[in-house]
Ligand binder design. Structure first.
Ligand code: SAH
Length: 411
């Protein structure tokens, strides 16, 4: 591999990187010199040429690369990647041994010491996700290191960086044996049908494992459940298995109906007896209000950004409004599971959205529990924004207004 080139970091950013912040921000270096040279190894130094770290140049949404070692003489090669993988897999030993869970994350980017790449395990198959052309330049050494570190049936990949709109069919297979899809994986004993070769998503978001379990085991019995932004209905399936009297899944994408029916079917739940609505959630709020429908449990798990024909949704801007509309169709003493994967705001801010929505609707509330990323989605305190998942279980009590206070008091 090529030798790293020396790059001076601006003082403000040098301080941050020295403390262990792994992301190389756009303003940190004069990266114009590097233009078009993604995958280049960088030896980052401060104004006085003191060594800071070894990084690579790779353009992502945020940042232009990652620091991957603090050792000046580190050689970035297959052995380096293999060490990172082995350390990471060791941390997931308990999950590998758990027969009830056969899909989870085995390598989580900067949380495991190598930003820009994640690897998920799906019952013998591995799925690599590349977040920049820069990290993709190390593909050969990384795939070799992975193959040497694990027993695998097959390896798949997804390129999550701009390829100028190209998506090549069957581009996802890397090596080993090809799977037959859907592949049925288990999560805490619940089945999921996944596809490793079918566009950007596999059918399940592995980071919600603990939330799904909580919903199934502690919140669903006898409940009428509404699952907003339901995708393949993973929350609905867990609610149904947990004893919900009815689940309603709402997603604007046409594919969501067949995908949700499939997830019910692989768990031997009759999906025809559940409600699956293909519509914009904001239309559904109106419909439910008109029909006087109310729910015991509402799961809200919107994307950070979404564009539909009618509107653009941004979690950072619109979550409060979304909650207000949800409160209107939640029963007294019902529960809202408010979830977001937006890294644009932190838990404190998210709770402010909750507080604002409850204030606006004159609703008293109690926070029952909170979830962040599970342990297999390793994060580092040095990069808190990497712990993007925020889930809050909110119990809704309506406020008794002053005017309905008892007219007399019994002593
Ligand atoms: N909750 C899901 C993941 C949600 S992914 C799970 O547990 O697996 C986000 C989903 O929101 C996508 O399926 C997308 O089609 C849907 N979506 C985006 N905007 C929407 C809208 N305005 N109304 C309904 N669904 C929407």
């Amino acid at each position: 591999m090529t030798k790293p080139i020396d790059i001076k970091v601006k003082p403000k950013y040098a301080m941050k990187l020295k403390k262990g912040y792994p992301l190389i921000e756009k303003e940190a270096i004069d990266h114009k010199k590097l233009l078009g040279d993604e995958g280049r190894l960088l030896k980052l130094v401060d104004e006085r040429n003191t060594f800071i770290g070894i990084g690579y140049y790779g353009l992502q949404n945020k940042g232009i690369g990652w620091v991957i070692s603090q050792k000046e003489n580190e050689i970035i090669n297959k052995a380096f990647f293999a060490r990172k993988f082995q350390e990471a897999f060791e941390k997931r030993k308990a999950l590998f041994a758990d027969n009830d869970t056969t899909a989870f994350r085995v390598f989580n980017g900067e949380g495991d010491g190598l930003g820009g790449i994640t690897i998920d395990y799906y019952d013998g198959f591995y799925m690599i996700q590349w977040y920049s052309k820069g990290i993709y330049c190390f593909r050969e050494a990384i795939v070799d290191a992975l193959c040497d570190s694990v027993d695998y049936k097959g390896i798949y990949e997804k390129k999550r960086f701009d390829q100028k709109g190209q998506y090549v069919e069957d581009d996802d297979f890397v090596t080993g044996e090809r799977g037959t899809f859907p592949l049925i994986v288990k999560e805490n004993g619940v089945n999921f049908a996944v596809y490793l070769n079918d566009g950007a998503m596999t059918g399940i978001f592995l980071d919600q494992r603990e939330v799904r379990k909580a919903i199934r085991t502690r919140y669903s019995k006898g409940a009428e459940v509404l699952n907003m932004f339901s995708y393949t209905g993973a929350f609905s399936v867990n609610a149904a298995l947990g004893g919900a009297t009815m689940t309603t899944s709402v997603d604007v994408a046409n594919r969501s109906r067949s995908k949700t029916l499939e997830q019910f079917a692989v768990n031997e739940v009759d999906g025809e007896k559940q409600q699956i609505v293909v519509d914009d959630v904001f239309q559904y709020f109106k419909y439910a209000a008109r029909k006087g429908r109310v729910f015991d449990l509402v799961v809200l798990d919107p994307p950070s950004f979404a564009k539909t024909k009618k509107r653009t949704f941004s979690a950072a801007k619109d979550y409060t409004q979304l909650l207000q509309e949800t409160i209107e169709i939640t029963k007294n003493d019902g529960v809202i599971v408010a979830s977001t994967n937006s890294s644009a705001f932190d838990m404190r801010r998210f709770k402010q959205f909750i507080q604002a929505a409850c204030k606006e609707t004159k609703t008293d509330y109690t926070i029952l529990e909170e979830y962040r990323l599970p342990d297999d989605f390793q994060t580092t305190k040095l990069f808190p924004e990497g712990n993007y998942l925020k889930v809050v279980f909110i119990k809704i009590h309506s406020i008794v207004e002053m005017s309905v206070k008892p007219a007399f008091t019994v002593f």
